[in-house]
Design a protein around this ligand. Structure first.
Ligand code: PNW
Length: 458
């Protein structure tokens, strides 16, 4: 049976996770601390004193978690590798036990017909490198990252066709080294100027570029290389030509876009961005922008929300609109429900970065809800279904208008350690009982499974 919301035959349905958020086993297999171990062990940094020491215990339960994916019906799984399992001190001798864990996981996925999409870094910087030179504050971090990438790809590369260099540069730089307040993300520093913050994201961009080169050099098989970014999506309040132009212009001037994804895709910081930054712009050495501007096979977008924009009679020609009181939100202060953001994110990338041919993946989309187990032992999260259904409709619109959207990964396969919010916020389509580690598929899990079966929105 076909219906209006049918997706292309080869559309990739997936789910996503990240190492520190699910693995646990923080002192096992030769792993050493990352900045998130240190940060979460520091009083007052993470809500309720939660840490990722145990998390979902995925390190020991990966086989049954793969069974869960089989039940769900996904053919694509996005996860991340913990740098400190591979190189416990960030550099030096490779810890083969760490490699073995990911080999077992990847083999298990492949045996079950699931394609791994591997993120090489999802925020868990080696603590040793933070102590040694302030991790992303130093240019050296980019070179150490590239060596780590080479070590991983050389050893696991024969099994993996999809690599992602870094997850969300703004989050592990700007949100981790804030100039104005103590940053909410590890290592939670407060540096002395905006320029120093911009220097951290410049180093991350450099790491991305060097990482791409390292993957291409070390991979024994042809593979797809991409970057995952949380762009800031501007949505026209209505789709008049003037408002669409306003949204496009606002998209390019936003610091997250102009300062992170723009250089990666075009080879330059956007000029609007540089004007805005003035003296605070990062120092860029000759050759940096060429390294940063690597040919990519795809771009991954993490989209959860957006900001409404309209045309205005001011110098910029547009203005951002505040949301009215009571605007619908999911269970996170920033998670306003703006389903069209998924469509506009894809469209802006295609149209404003001169990259209308670049395959796009939605590498994360999802929400936190106040899930409870009912008397039948079920979690009926119709609110999550409501959210996901609307966003998928926007994804479908992008596909039907011809934008190159190739796949969608729900965040997340299971509830997990939600960074500074600890376990208080549940983003999973599978409920985790943190006392027993029992996995309980929520109603949204069944709903998503049916979408996958029908290759449509149900
Ligand atoms: C993502 N925003 O981060 C991360 O990649 C995940 O690890 C995380 O669990 C997930 O979102 C849910 O928070 C984001 O403010 C954090 O728009 C904040 C935003 C977007 C993405």
């Amino acid at each position: 049976m076909t219906n209006f919301y049918q997706f292309p035959q080869d559309f990739c349905w997936g789910a996503a996770t990240a190492s520190y958020q699910i693995e646990g086993a923080y002192e096992e297999g030769g792993r050493k601390p990352s900045v998130w171990d240190t940060f979460s062990a520091t009083q007052g940094k993470v809500l309720n004193g939660d840490t990722g020491a145990v998390a979902c215990d995925h390190y020991h339960r990966y086989q049954s978690d793969v069974e869960l994916m089989v039940t769900l019906g996904i053919k694509h799984y996005r996860f991340s590798i913990a740098w400190t399992r591979i190189l416990p001190d960030g550099r030096g001798t490779v810890n083969e036990e760490g490699i073995d864990f990911y080999k077992r996981l990847v083999d298990c996925l492949l045996e079950h017909g699931i394609t791994p999409h591997v993120t090489l870094f999802h925020w868990d910087s080696p603590q040793t490198l933070e102590d040694l030179y302030g991790s992303w504050q130093s240019r050296q971090m980019a070179y150490d990252y590239a060596d780590y990438v080479k070590a991983v790809v050389k050893r696991l590369g024969s099994r993996i066709g999809h690599w992602i260099t870094l997850n969300e540069i703004p989050c592990f730089t700007h949100l981790s080294y804030d100039a104005e307040r103590e940053a909410p993300h590890a290592p939670g520093k407060r540096v002395s100027s905006a320029k120093e913050v911009w220097q951290t994201s410049h180093h991350a961009l450099l790491a991305h570029g060097l990482g791409c080169q390292a993957i291409r050099e070390a991979s024994p098989i042809p593979c797809q290389v991409s970057l995952v970014d949380n762009i800031s999506v501007t949505v026209p309040i209505n789709e008049s030509p003037a408002n669409i132009t306003a949204a496009k212009n606002a998209f390019q001037t936003s610091w997250v876009n102009g300062g992170v994804i723009f250089p990666a895709l075009t080879g330059n910081y956007s000029s609007a961005m540089l004007d805005l930054l003035g003296e605070q712009a990062p120092d860029v050495q000759p050759g940096d922008l060429e390294i940063i501007h690597q040919p990519l096979d795809a771009i991954g977008l993490n989209i959860y929300t957006g900001t409404y924009v309209r045309a205005a009679d001011n110098k910029l020609g547009y203005e951002f609109l505040d949301l009215p009181k009571g605007y619908p939100q999911m269970y996170m202060p920033w998670l306003n429900i703006v389903p069209e953001s998924l469509y506009w994110g894809i469209r802006h990338i295609s149209e404003t970065m001169q990259r209308n041919d670049l395959p796009v993946y939605i590498t994360e989309n999802g929400c936190a809800t106040q899930d409870e187990i009912n008397t039948h032992g079920e979690v009926i999260d119709t609110d999550r279904i409501f959210y996901l259904r609307q966003y998928l409709k926007a994804a479908h619109r992008a596909v039907s208008e011809g934008y190159p959207l190739k796949g969608y990964f729900v965040w997340s396969l299971m509830d997990n350690f939600e960074w500074a919010w600890g376990y208080s916020r549940r983003f999973g389509i599978t409920y985790i009982d943190y006392k027993t580690q029992q996995r309980i598929p929520k109603a949204s899990f069944e709903w998503y499974a049916e979408c996958i079966r029908q290759n449509s929105i149900v």
